[in-house]
Design a protein around this ligand. Structure first.
Ligand SMILES: NC(=O)c1ccc[n+]([C@@H]2O[C@H](COP(=O)([O-])OP(=O)(O)OC[C@H]3O[C@@H](n4cnc5c(N)ncnc54)[C@H](OP(=O)(O)O)[C@@H]3O)[C@@H](O)[C@H]2O)c1
Length: 263
């Protein structure tokens, strides 16, 4: 299958580890210029070098926290300066901490709002004008299956990610005639540092080992295993490609059959 995205430029945020890193790697393998960011510069530099060694592509990295507007402006300027503009935006960020409604302060709610919703809104509105001039663009948001079936211990994620769904559906309709698609990926249980951290949180709460938590939760997945970041990256790559021209305003779950819900 020809993806036809060689020479385009992608900004993949929160990409020093996990799904962001895999998505950046697969896009780079397909000839896309890459900009990645995260908060720890050492890990980021190491990741950028690993991707360049593996793909021989162009990879630029910049330390940036997507919950901060000034850092977002810096990212967009870098994209313009290095590559002329951003054709493919993958909105990714760290996951909010686990807990229930009495566990979080007002500040923690605001941090999640800034990191997991306002980042998506700010980055999207910053790249759309350039995409419109090209009459082509891709916005892909990494969200979560919690928007279809809530997790009892992820109230911040359950709540704030819903805003991403409402926002992206609305803008997808407003930019569709400009050749820009906007879609959400809803990962289920993907084996990354985030997933390991959530397993440790559950282990502490339930006073069992994190190995047992990991074993039990894998048994609840019809495929009997966790997903890999590379499998999520394959979906992102398809949505970024010319082959997904007519797909917009959707939320696609990738969960090994975990969700029981039909819609
Ligand atoms: N893994 C799953 O099963 C799963 C399922 C559903 C949804 N999700 C969501 O998908 C997203 C990615 O998850 P993952 O599992 O790939 O996570 P991960 O392996 O923990 O990696 C998170 C990445 O985000 C960066 N990051 C965190 N906060 C950031 C910020 N404010 N600004 C910039 N970069 C930031 C981290 O680097 P630094 O710490 O150096 O910044 C790291 O590169 C998260 O929002 C997560 O909640 C994950």
């Amino acid at each position: 299958m020809k993806l036809e995205i060689e020479g385009k430029t992608a900004l993949v945020t929160a990409a020093s580890r996990g799904m962001g890193k895999s998505i950046a790697t697969k896009l780079s393998m397909s000839g896309v210029n890459i900009i990645i960011c995260s908060r720890n510069e050492d890990t980021l530099e190491k990741t950028a070098n690993e991707i360049m060694n593996e793909t021989e592509g162009k990879v630029v990295y910049v330390k940036a926290d997507v919950s901060k507007y000034d850092d977002i402006k810096k990212l967009i300027l870098l994209g313009e300066k290095k590559f002329g503009g951003i054709d493919i935006l993958v909105n990714n960020a760290g996951g909010p901490p686990s807990g229930t409604f009495s566990d979080f302060s007002e500040d923690q709610w605001m941090e999640t709002w800034n990191q997991n919703f306002l980042s998506v809104k700010r980055l999207s509105e910053s790249v759309i004008p350039y995409m419109k001039t090209k009459r082509w663009g891709r916005i892909i948001n990494i969200v979560s299956t919690t928007v279809k079936e809530v997790s009892d211990v992820l109230i911040l994620s359950n709540t704030v990610r819903m805003a991403v769904i409402g926002f992206s559906k609305t803008i997808s309709r407003q930019v569709a005639s400009d050749g820009i698609t906007v879609n959400n990926i809803l990962p289920g249980a993907i084996f990354t540092d985030r997933w390991k951290q959530l397993a440790e949180d559950t282990a502490k709460r339930e006073n069992i080992s994190s190995e047992d938590v990991l074993k039990n939760s894998a048994m609840n997945i019809p495929m009997g295993r966790y997903g890999s970041p590379a499998e999520v990256a394959d979906l992102a790559l398809f949505l970024a490609s010319e082959r997904a021209n007519y797909i917009t305003g959707t939320s696609i779950q990738i969960d090994g059959g975990l969700l029981k819900t039909v819609y």
